[in-house]
Design a protein. Structure first.
Length: 390
């Protein structure tokens, strides 16, 4: 039996590599002879730079940047095996994990460190920069990152705005005359979830603001501030970014870098998974196991299990998804190619314990589902969909 194990990470608990190892451990308890092909998946969020450096024979460059609450944080970017392409991971500079619980206010957090990573990649001589968008702790429309690159967002009095998404409500003009001139000679692309947009009823502040710590009142304030930001970019630079697919990526970082730098917003899986040769590996599998923190109605909209299922189904492969939590309308994932899903928690467990014991729970869940799979393979004949009662 050849099993492809292709999970995402579990936020604040397990990275994608650790999740793949835990699932493999559980599988091998049941089928010690199984051939496990571990494919830790990246979506542009946490762990993407390290994973892509490893898969391409590149290396990771450690550095220190301004973190999301304005204090220095240890960060990194990757240089891929070609020696010229950098991967800048938003989460490594302004991710939600870097925002202490007591400071989770997207009206104040900044993406400045992302721009500082871009500058570090330019200093390293990189000719192409891929910015992975995901797991952000900010909602500043990329204004912080742009400030680190030399742009100035000004209020009506000509004063530069402070940090954070709430400040964008005062945005009146953007001055790009001070942008780092090297940016004009470098290919910058963003790997984004195209389902995320900057403005409107499904805009980034309304969809993701609450999980970043915003109250209902702050959500509407941030949504209004991003509307103002979109209007400044449209009026001053001719960039209509409000509803562009992916413009809401990473708290609006997509909109800011598209509007100011002209950086294209590309579907993240098309950009990132090509480095992992995922399709060929799925084609060779007997069974595919994927995983993510939550399986729910949002899963079909650009989440890792959905992309794995879509690609696996192109090769006729069965797919099982493991999740830390099964949410509302999880059954919608059947339509996208997930054949079965299973929560990993063995019973009622507090969040802190679930995060701490994530690897244990994931390995045990993988063992449970593989035992069920083996029962199915031992059935001598197909089961009739019509039950007979004797």
């Amino acid at each position: 039996m050849k099993i492809v194990v292709a999970p995402s990470g579990f936020k604040e608990s397990l990275g994608a590599e650790a999740a793949a190892d835990a699932i493999a451990e559980g599988v091998l308890r049941v089928v010690p002879t199984a051939e496990i092909d571990r494919v830790p998946l990246v979506d542009g969020g946490e762990g993407s730079a390290v994973a892509l450096a490893g898969s391409t024979g590149g290396h990771v460059v450690d550095t220190v940047v301004t973190g999301p609450i304005g204090l220095p944080v240890h960060s990194h970017f990757a240089i891929l095996g070609d020696g010229r392409t950098a991967v800048v991971e938003m989460a490594a500079a302004a991710g939600l994990r870097l925002v202490p619980a007591a400071h989770r206010d997207p009206g104040r957090t900044t993406s400045r460190g992302v721009g500082e990573l871009v500058v570090a990649a330019l200093d390293a001589g990189c000719e192409s920069i891929l910015v992975g968008c995901g797991d952000s702790g900010t909602s500043d429309g990329g204004a912080g990152a742009l400030a680190a690159l030399g742009a100035r967002v000004l209020d009506a009095e000509g004063r530069e705005l402070g940090a954070g998404g709430a400040e964008l409500a005062r945005a009146h003009r953007i001055d790009v005359s001070g942008l780092d001139p090297r940016l004009a000679r470098v290919d910058i692309r963003l790997a984004v979830n195209p389902h995320n947009v900057l403005c409107g009823p499904r805009g980034v502040a309304r969809v993701f603001g609450p999980q970043k710590g915003a109250t209902p009142e702050q959500v509407e304030q941030l949504a209004g501030a991003l509307d103002t930001w979109a209007e400044v970019l449209r009026r001053d630079l001719g960039a209509d970014v409000a509803h562009v697919p992916g413009s809401g990526a990473s708290g609006g970082l997509g909109a800011g870098l598209l509007g100011v730098l002209g950086a294209p917003l590309l579907p993240r899986f098309d950009v990132l998974l090509d480095h992992l040769d995922l399709d060929a590996r799925l084609a060779a599998a007997d069974l595919v196991v994927t995983a993510e923190g939550t399986i729910d109605a949002q899963t079909p909209h650009g989440k890792v299990p959905a992309e794995v299922a879509r690609r696996a189904k192109a090769h006729g492969k069965p797919v099982i998804a493991l999740a830390g939590r099964i949410g509302l309308d999880a059954e919608s994932t059947y339509a996208i190619g997930i054949d079965a899903f299973q929560a990993i928690q063995p019973g009622p467990v507090g969040l802190d314990e679930a995060i701490l014991r994530g690897a244990e729970f994931l390995a045990d869940a993988a063992e449970r589902v593989l035992r069920i799979v083996l029962v199915g393979t031992r059935l001598a004949a197909p089961i009739s969909p019509v039950a007979t009662v004797r």
